[in-house]
Design a protein around this ligand. Structure first.
Ligand code: NAD
Length: 268
């Protein structure tokens, strides 16, 4: 029995994630590349997507403008400004959108929520299945340990990552806060040096380290009186994010409009 092929549009095609997505699409049995998009005037424009991804030519050239109707799902791992600009085009075309770009502003997130009224939008700071489970464990542990245990998060990423702390670290903090009736934005501390005072118990600290080539490591610590629990996720291959995002794309192709995350995709 033949499977229906789903054409995917990759935005940010020349990037680390974009090329990982192209490779995963090429290796899949049920996905094709509808088109590839990158920054206008950038070095990727006009290049063959297969070659950019270190594979044989595919005959799909990287475009400088998004035409959502060239695919069934748009997968965007680019920059916050680009992502925000792409939302309207997807809504207008009625094409589902998967967003992996991190560092989005609250305003950008409101745009996504509004778009979710018209199209399926899956937005996750981390598309790995392992991190999605870590988020769930973080909430469960925080609720079980209660307010006497202090939570701190640290993360490590390669030297090119722009936003800090990572979107995933912030999402972990949010999971801890939500499970213990705190509002993360009110208790988050991402720059302890500037505070110049001792820690208060409800605070949730998050700090980012940058350097080298790490694909992403996140550690959540619960610090109690004389004991400590650590939940750690280490990514060693960007393919995990690409495979998760494409799993979300397959799911979104059949979904009703709404703003979703990886919990929805995995049915957690
Ligand atoms: P990168 O810098 O290697 O690639 C970004 C690409 O976007 C570049 O090719 C750039 O030219 C392109 N771009 C810039 N402006 C554009 C525009 N206006 N239109 C189209 N393309 C444009 O970065 P990366 O490591 O691939 O990461 C991309 C984003 O994905 C970052 O925000 C990163 O934090 C995030 N990320 C998310 C996950 C996740 O699971 N959600 C995992 C890894 C990375």
């Amino acid at each position: 029995m033949s499977t229906r092929m789903i054409p995917i549009i990759v935005v940010g095609a020349r990037g680390r994630m974009g090329t990982a997505l192209i490779r995963e699409v090429m290796d899949s049995d049920d996905l094709t590349l509808g088109s590839c998009v990158d920054r206008s005037g950038g070095p990727g424009i006009g290049q063959d997507a297969g070659r950019l991804a270190g594979r044989p030519d595919l005959g799909v050239l990287v475009d400088d403008e998004l035409h959502p109707r060239r695919g069934n799902v748009v997968v965007d791992f680019s920059l916050p400004k680009a992502t925000a600009n792409n939302v309207d085009a997807c809504v207008e075309a009625g094409v589902p959108l998967i967003i992996g770009t991190t560092g989005l502003s609250e305003e950008d997130e409101q745009l996504l929520a509004a778009a979710g009224e018209h199209i399926p939008v899956v937005y996750a700071a981390n598309f790995s299945v392992g991190v999605t489970l870590l988020l769930q464990l973080a909430g469960t542990a925080a609720a079980a340990l209660g307010p006497d245990w202090e939570a701190e998060i640290f993360e490590l990423h390669h030297r090119h990552k722009r936003d800090s702390p990572s979107g995933t670290a912030l999402r972990i903090g949010q999971a801890v806060a939500e499970a213990t009736d705190r509002v993360f934005s009110e208790v988050a501390v991402t720059d302890r040096a500037s505070l110049g005072k001792v820690r208060t118990r409800p605070e949730i600290g998050a700090v980012g380290l940058r350097g080298g080539t790490s694909v992403g490591e996140h550690t959540l610590m619960f610090l109690g009186e004389g004991e400590r629990i650590e939940l750690i996720h280490r990514a060693s291959d960007r393919g995990i994010f690409a495979r998760g995002a494409l799993r979300a794309a397959r799911w979104a192709a059949e979904a009703e409009p709404g703003l979703y995350d990886m919990f929805d995709v995995l049915g957690l």
